[in-house]
Design a binder for this molecule. Structure first.
Ligand code: UD1
Length: 445
């Protein structure tokens, strides 16, 4: 086993940075799994609901987390960073103390929100605590139209008046929010967060039906409960919330990142070798683990996390359809396609969550992959050989699928636009180098 890796400082996301991959190495050793980006971001937002301090441990060092800190500071939130606590495991992230004692501004401006969709989620807590909010419509990865209609419907069910004016959502609930019955037409992670964050301070009872059950929602709900919120049905499709008049401070550790875990499991499955993913939470990845086992990858769960092995056996083709949790995550679709490019046979990958999430197909083709698109379905014919090339990251998860393919390609792959990666993968090149991959960041001029 190789040495455990240590996270470096957050990357600046330089527009011109590139990552050079020389494929062919088998990987062996330990990778520490970071805290989940998709839990850390909403967990950083919920301190807006209380004047007391919320302490978060294991916050990943990511460009998106830094951006969100800037957005929160704009509202008057005070954030202090503490280093690793004594005795914490190697991969433990930052500790943030977040205090929204006074909110000085209820506007979230375009130049900040447009860079990261999750920052739109300040809407709910701001209305709940301040009775008003003006939040720019969001940006984020260009993987589909990604509307916010369900967020606004949820706010309106809780008694807020919402209008859209010059690219901003302006929401008001001057007499405070009141409990309501929210029934989502489809499952949305963001809209569930929004409804939950607002309902905890609304007057009376709220029911959220068809709620998302992603482990990151559960993590946020558990932190809200520590803050004094009354929530029943956590982890199920129906949430019952009894509003309270105020919330208090709390301390919480961000859950392990299941998407990062699944990504490194696919990396190790692709290259072969023996890699332990320390701190992984296999209970949040059951569908992914079953899928990878069907693809011929040996996965065992251990006290430390998960151990991934493939020594000599073929990668087998497996059909996959993305679905809300507990189904196969859309955030691992691109990576799985990367893996299937080398499978011994034909696989079908159907994307049901986002309509434009196949931008990696063209780039994988540059490495020699054989993929045909039929609407929302990609047909992947495994090839015996991939060959290194210049490729471009198009969005956060797509970019890492190119890393997976590049690690199995002959020769050198140069990944451009790695700022997409820096939004969501902590110290990717450090973690991969730590287990024997030849991966180097080349700083842009
Ligand atoms: C979150 C995740 C993202 C993941 C996605 C789906 C974070 C920070 N991001 O994104 O990584 O890929 O869940 O698991 O946690 N929709 C509407 N109207 C709305 C809201 C959503 O039609 O008001 C649609 C979307 O266009 C999409 C589907 O619902 O087709 C699911 O999106 P949603 O779960 O809301 O994704 P995000 O919360 O943006």
């Amino acid at each position: 086993m190789g040495l455990a890796t240590r996270p470096g400082p957050p990357k600046k996301g330089n527009l011109m940075d590139r990552i050079r991959i020389r494929g062919g190495n088998k990987l062996n050793g330990v990778i520490d799994i970071s805290g989940a980006k998709n839990a850390a971001l909403p967990l950083m937002i919920i301190p807006l609901l209380t004047p007391e301090t919320v302490t978060l441990h294991n916050v990943p060092r990511l460009v998106d987390a830094l951006r969100l800190q800037r957005i929160l500071q704009n509202h008057g939130v005070d954030i202090t960073t503490a280093g690793k606590r004594a005795g914490q495991a190697g991969g433990a992230g930052e500790t943030l103390r977040i205090s929204a004692k006074t909110i000085v501004d209820t506007t979230a401006p375009y130049d900040l929100v447009s860079k990261m969709r999750a920052s739109f989620w300040v809407l709910g807590p701001l209305i709940a605590r301040m009775g008003e909010a003006k939040v720019s419509l969001p940006g984020g990865c260009a993987i589909g139209t990604r509307p916010v209609d369900m967020h606004l419907q949820a706010m309106e069910k809780l008694g807020a008046e919402c209008v859209i004016d010059q690219g901003y959502v302006i929401a008001k609930a001057k007499k405070g929010l009141k409990g309501g019955h929210i029934s989502f037409a489809k499952v949305s992670v963001g809209a569930t967060h929004a409804a939950l964050m607002a309902a905890v301070l609304a007057h009376g009872e709220t029911i959220i039906e068809n709620a998302a059950t992603e482990p990151e929602i559960t993590d946020v709900a558990e932190c809200l409960v520590k803050m004094g919120a009354k929530i029943e049905g956590i982890g199920t499709r129906t949430l019952h919330i009894t509003g309270v008049t105020s919330l208090h401070g709390a301390e919480h550790t961000v859950i392990a990142d299941r998407i990062e875990t699944g990504t490194y499991a696919m990396v190790a499955g692709m290259t072969g070798g023996d890699v332990t993913l320390r701190g992984a939470r296999p209970d949040t990845l059951e569908d992914v683990i079953l899928t990878l086992r069907r693809a011929g990858i040996d996965i065992t769960t251990t006290n430390e996390g998960m151990r991934i092995k493939r020594n000599g056996s073929d990668i087998l083709p497996v059909d996959v359809t993305t679905d809300p949790y507990p189904g196969f995550p859309t955030d691992l679709q691109a990576q799985f396609m990367g893996l299937m490019t080398k499978a011994k046979g034909k696989s079908h990958i159907r994307e049901t969550i986002f309509e434009n999430r196949f931008m990696h197909v063209q780039e994988l083709a540059r490495l020699g992959a054989d993929i045909h698109l039929h609407g929302d379905m990609a047909e992947v014919r495994g090839v015996a050989k991939l060959t290194g090339a210049d490729v471009m990251a198009t969005d956060l998860r797509a970019s890492v699928s190119l890393v997976i393919a590049g690690l199995a390609a002959e020769g050198e792959t140069m990944l451009h636009r790695v700022y997409h990666l820096d939004r969501g993968f902590e110290d990717l090149e450090g973690k991969l180098s730590g287990v024997g991959a030849d991966v180097t960041r080349i700083a842009g001029a």
